[in-house]
Design a protein around this ligand. Structure first.
Ligand SMILES: [Zn+2]
Length: 307
């Protein structure tokens, strides 16, 4: 265990793990993600109180990416710690600052393909996003954070799940706190059902998995699963790339019966994948939309059609 790393294991819905991490030193805490709007009050503050831990004068929140289960609690954290400075990658910054931008660029982007987000889901996302939070620092290159006692963590840019996905890396202890940068076969939802991994860009997501492999972490801390240690690290990274390959094969099969030029293609492929893959029983077609769209863009690029 990294000495400075505090792990707060929360839950979202009935069963979805939602881990928060804080890198702690005497003068600076680096908070990694903030959960949904209710996470700080429900999980973070009670746990810190129970452990009798009080934030120091300097606090930095690194938001790994523009999903509500990672930035939604930022406004509640900021209310409790007014000096909190927030950091995200520039590519995700606008989406984190305004849920309507996230809706337009990340969540509700397949309306033209017949896959509009239901209003109930829009309402749920807005509620989980909390109040808008200003992102103080938008980074475009990787930075180092000095924690005291010579302990250094690097903020890595690991795109794929989102364009500006960040992770924290300690080269001394070989610990990586990766958010959703690699997702194995996916994550369980609030009801305990495995949902497929989400990625917006196939090649970037695979490069991120490769980069993590090269770092050869001893321990990986994810947002939605238990700590991954030792040989399980290599297994998890292999599962992450296997899931992409598996989805790619399912999509190739779907394209045997759907025309990629058809505006309804995305919807048809998602329906095919949802009912023909055994890895994610019960996952709705919409759960595959972003990853399927990423694969379809790749297919179109390979046949030389600009999108
Ligand atoms: Zn997540």
């Amino acid at each position: 265990m990294d000495n400075s790393l505090c792990w707060i294991a929360g839950v979202m819905g009935r069963q979805k793990p939602l881990n928060q991490y804080i890198l702690m030193s005497e003068y600076l805490w680096v908070w990694i993600d903030a959960g949904i709007s209710t996470t700080p009050d429900q999980w973070i503050f009670p746990e810190l109180e129970e452990r009798r831990m009080v934030p120091p004068t300097k606090n930095l929140l690194v938001i790994t990416h523009a999903d509500v289960d990672h930035f939604g609690g930022a406004s509640a954290l900021k209310r409790a710690i007014p000096s909190l400075v927030t950091m995200a990658h520039e590519a995700d910054r606008a989406l984190i600052s305004d849920i309507h931008v996230a809706m337009d660029r990340r969540y509700d982007i397949f309306g033209a393909e017949g896959m509009t987000l239901p209003q109930s889901r829009v309402d749920e996302l807005c509620q989980r996003a909390g109040d808008p939070v200003h992102v103080d620092i938008g980074i475009t290159s990787e930075v180092s954070l000095q924690l005291g006692d010579g302990e250094a963590w690097k903020v890595l840019h690991l795109p794929g799940h989102s364009e500006g996905h960040l992770a924290l890396w300690n080269s001394e202890t070989r610990a990586a706190v990766i958010g959703d940068a690699a997702m194995g076969w996916g994550v369980v939802d609030g009801e305990g059902a495995l949902q497929p991994p989400h990625y917006m860009d196939v090649e970037k997501y695979l490069s991120t998995i490769d980069r993590l492999r090269k770092y050869d972490p001893r321990t990986i801390y994810c947002s939605h699963r238990a700590k991954i240690d030792g040989f399980e690290v290599a297994n998890f990274l292999k599962e992450s790339s296997n899931a992409v390959e598996y989805l790619g094969l399912a999509i190739d099969a779907a394209l045997g019966v759907s025309d990629i030029d058809d505006p309804q293609c995305l919807k048809e492929v998602c329906e095919y994948v949802s009912s023909n893959t055994e890895r994610w029983p019960g996952a709705l077609p919409s759960a595959f939309a972003s990853s399927v769209a990423a694969h379809l863009r790749l297919v179109l690029a390979r046949v030389g059609v600009a999108t």
